[in-house]
Design a protein around this ligand. Sequence first.
Ligand code: AMP
Length: 392
Amino acid sequence: MFCSFLDSPLSPAMRDAVAHAGYSTPTPIQAQAIGPILEGRDVIGCAQTGTGKTAAFAIPMLERLTRADSPRPRALVLAPTRELALQIAATFDMLGGAQGVRTLVLIGGESMGAQLAGLQKRPDVIVATPGRLADHLERRSLRLGTVRIVVLDEADRMLDMGFAPQVERILQMTPLDRQTLCFSATMPPEVETLVRRHLVRPVRIEVGVSAKPVAKVTQRLYKATPQDKTPLLLKLLREERGRTLVFTRTKHRADRVARVVGAAGHRVTRLHADRSMSQRREALDGFRSGRYRVLIATDIAARGLDVPEIAHVVNFDLPHTAEDYIHRIGRTARAQASGCATSFASPEEHEQLRLIERHLGHPVTRASTVGEQAPRHAARITPAMHAGNNGA
Ligand code: AMP
């Protein structure tokens, strides 16, 4: 464990890369994970989103890869979603590109031809979603016998999404003496089983109380009928500034809300599984660059996405599980920033609200107005409930 990157056993080139990325002090997960990973230990890390988890494995992996040469591919990172895979690869490029480490992304929705051409260039690191990687293995366009380090990122989510058979098959095709790193926000029994089967005497690292929201998120809740939600969102967007990420329950609702928000004059885009990969990339890049102020998304975007300075997360619909609530609101208040999360709860969502508040251990502060003014449809929005009333 070390308190500064300067005290760490990193090479000068890696310290330069870290400084260039703007990181001065290691985050807690980095302070605890970098040492054991550098020593070649297997690691199981329980960490909240936004804790600097990606660099916690990328920094020591890159350090190990640049210390000695070996046949390629040398490292494999598995991630549940395409967006997360792209984001992880961007971190590897940012921290390892200058040292000549080549990273290739293998995700669904993108042309096989380009991926096969990328494989011909013999990348050092492959970042993949399990489905597409399994396709490549079946076509024998890639072999994993040279892989020294495997990372399972967001393992709980990968298993939730039904990727367990692919993950098992992929792990079986890598050498037994590889180093395995597994990161998960929660530790359900399926993840424990995976860890016990595939990790050797892992170092366990837990940062903060996992599956609780980062402290810097201000949470509030509007009780609203389904008809109130759209005018309430428009009012919030009018009265508040900053980049806003809005979660809806379904793809269809995301499309519908985006249409209304766009018609009201906001720069808005959508992210969900029915959009093509190029549309999803364009939406996310545009949201990151500020071309769009508002992104309307389904839960596909809830995990792991790193967009700096999301001022506001709005749960247009409540998620089904408390864990998804934590992940959604974790999109704001990343790393050093603070943020605000607003939820709209209709009477039909009462049970979801109860589960979320039980998980949090406290009720979410009720709001009855937006800013100083009562919303246009205030009459239909029930007044603030008292703190202490658990929403029953
Ligand atoms: P992650 O949890 O990996 O998604 O990281 C969340 C954000 O924290 C990303 O924007 C990183 O660039 C940023 N970050 C990671 N490590 C550090 C650090 N040591 N200091 C400041 N920011 C960091």
